[in-house]
Design a protein around this ligand. Structure first.
Ligand code: GLN
Length: 302
């Protein structure tokens, strides 16, 4: 495993400098783009890492996976009446589809879908933000994980587009709580800071039929875990999900902080981090590293 990661690192390093950090969230614009790290967590909990794998970064949309799982552990299948499971084929923050489809977001990984899931979680927990923070702490085994208030405030100050989606869903009676409260929780989740090692550990239950070694418990049933992996494979990389399936072939989720988590079901979980992004908002080096990894291990879910 170590020589695999070392080889990927050597292959990818010359690409450092390609892409652009997310500057539509001002607090993220100052992140050093010349960072790159990978961590793998196998199904025995063994970690292999290279580069900046212990650097905490803004997990952004990767939080949408944990938020969905939190909702799935507290609700039955009725949840899927309020949000779909189809890829959107559109940018993650697009508004157009939401009106055509009567306020029902295509899937839980575009922003509208994640806001809807945040609304569901908001109804269930007295403190949804602490529930999420504690959930990722338990899954990663790292009790130091926190949300960066500067990033969350910066996102809140620039919330117009996300607020528009939430208000539109409310107009369609598919939103139960106060929009501003749910936005605060959503941005808190996006601003959680975790390292590649934290994230590889936290996501490992999806490689392990729903069982978390860190939490020492079944988080999702094997069936639910399969469903989340299917959603990740079809919708986890926004409108690049097709080419990611084509070139990498693993369930994965990206965030505009530059992280990507991916799952090799039955074997291991991966997190790659490099802050500079391509046009759709996925880490340039992260996607390249996962392409190289899937070629080298000669394995994909397809
Ligand atoms: N917080 C970001 C937003 O709401 C998350 C987007 C992302 O990581 N793709 O726009």
């Amino acid at each position: 495993m170590q020589s695999l990661l070392d080889a990927i690192y050597e292959e990818i390093k010359p690409m450092l400098g390609q892409g652009k950090v997310a500057d539509y969230i001002p607090a993220l614009a100052s992140v050093d783009p010349f960072q790159f790290g990978i961590a793998i967590c196998d199904n025995n909990g063994e970690i292999t890492q290279v580069g900046n794998a212990n650097t905490a970064f803004s997990i952004q949309s990767i939080s949408k996976v944990f938020n969905l799982v939190l909702a799935m552990t507290h609700y039955d299948d009725n949840l899927w009446q309020r949000v779909g499971c189809e890829p959107s084929g559109l940018p993650f923050n697009s508004l157009v589809q939401l009106e055509y489809e009567n306020g029902i977001p295509r899937n839980p990984f575009i922003n509208a879908g994640a806001l809807l899931i945040s609304d569901i979680v908001q109804s269930r927990f007295a403190s949804p933000q602490l529930a999420m923070r504690d959930f990722v702490r338990t899954l990663s085994g790292n009790t130091e994980i926190h949300s960066n208030p500067v990033v969350a405030d910066s996102e809140y100050a620039h919330r117009d587009r996300n607020a528009a989606m939430a208000y539109l869903m409310r107009d369609y009676k598919n939103f139960d709580n106060e929009v501003e409260d749910v936005l605060s929780s959503y941005f808190f989740n996006c601003a959680l800071e975790m390292s590649c090692v934290d994230l590889a550990r936290a996501i490992n239950f999806l490689a392990n039929r729903g069982y978390s070694l860190m939490a020492q418990k079944q988080i999702l049933t094997p069936d639910q875990s399969r469903q989340v992996n299917a959603l990740l494979a079809t919708s986890g990389m926004y409108d690049e999900a097709g080419s990611f399936a084509f070139n990498v072939g693993l369930p994965g989720k990206s965030g505009v902080g530059g992280g990507i988590v991916a799952v090799v079901p039955g074997r291991f979980s991966i997190c790659v981090f490099s802050p500079a992004l391509n046009k759709v908002g996925n880490s340039v080096l992260g996607v390249a590293a996962l392409e190289s990894l899937s070629k080298r291990i000669g394995w994909s879910v397809y």
